[in-house]
Every structure is written in structure tokens, then in C-alpha cells.
Write a new protein. Sequence first.
Length: 234
Amino acid sequence: MRIGILETDRVPNDLIEDFGSYADMVEAWLRQERREFLFSRYDVVEEIYPQDISECDAYPITGSRASVYDHDPWLCTLSQFIRDIYMQSTKKLIGICFGHQLIVQSLGGVVYKSPKGWGVGLAQSEVYKTEPWMIPLAKSFKLPVIHQDQVIELPKDATAIAGNPFCPYSVVTYGGSVLTFQGHPEHEKTYTQALMLRRKDVMEETVFSAGLRSLDDDPDAQLVAKWVVNFLEE
């Protein structure tokens, strides 16, 4: 299976040596479950795309500092690519954070900057609905998060399968072809901490401190990797 990573941002220069690019993170996260996966990378900010949708079997969309409701031309191109995949092919889409939000918006949902403020640290989501690919089973799971924007209304064909009071739509599916996460299963805890420290001045102290404390626990990145691989191989 070939995975085409749609990269929507660059890691800050002072962090890339330690953590790699966003495509590196996604690839390493999925390779822990399927070392035989093949990967291609597309810098969609520079409007670099596969020549044909059939080049890859699935397309993860990474996180980004951008907001999905911005009006940059590359966002319009990526939104159309999402719709083309969803409507015209059997290829699968995986959305992570920004990717989660952009897929929702591109298919008719609503995203905005939440009045609840920042979600940072390790967030626990409760499973609302268990899908066949969610093996091993779990009632809840934890993933790193760092976001202000969030989904507030789903497209008509979408289903929320996990969430929490702060972010009710933290995992969303669309039939058998789209799966999206508000959290970052590909992030190491130390990378989430580094991003939090860079943005400390724009967060409330109580939110920042609680987010840092939450990183004492371990995320369920491997569990979620198993789920995603199962979903891709259905």
C-alpha cells in the first residue's frame, strides 16, 4: 500500500533537527504498524500534488498553523482535492488536526475558533461508537492536542465516533473512506511540549500548566495507529 502524505506546514527550523518534518512524523507513526507501507510526500502549500489520484491508496493530511477558514489559494486547491477524492475515487483520506478540520469544512461542515479557548496537552476522548476496525477495543484513548479551532457542525454524511466535553467531534468518519482526528497521534509528547512553550504567551496560565501536567501520562498513539491501519486495509 502506498500512502501519499499531504504536508500542510513546516516544522519550525529550530525543532526540525530533533523531530523531523510533519511527513516524517506521520510516516514513523504508521511504520510502527506496517513497515512494508510505501510513502510519497506532497507539499500542498506549494501546490505539489500527485499527477493522478490513483498514485496512492490513501492520503493523510497533516496538521498546520493555518486556519481552514483562511482564504489562501493553496487551501482552495486542497479543499477541491479533498472533494475529488471523496466523490470520484475509492481512495481513503486521513485527517489530523488541521486536516481533520479541513476535510469537515470541505465536505459541508463548519469550523471556527472556539470560545472555549486553547486545547493543549494530552486530551482524553471517549468512544461513542465502536467501528469494526477499532481493534483492539477501547472505551477511551488519549492523544496530544494543540488547537483553538475546532469542528462545531458535521457534514450530513459524517458520524462522530469519539469526543469529550471540550471537543465533542474529536474523531469523525464518513462512510468507509474518511477518518479524521482532532488530536495528533503522530506527535511525540516532547514535540507537543515544545509547541506549547512557543505559544505560552497566548494561553491562560491555568490552561498552559494543566496541559503540561497532562503530558506526564502516555498517549495512545500505537493503539490509534493500529486502528488507522485496520481502517486503511478494510
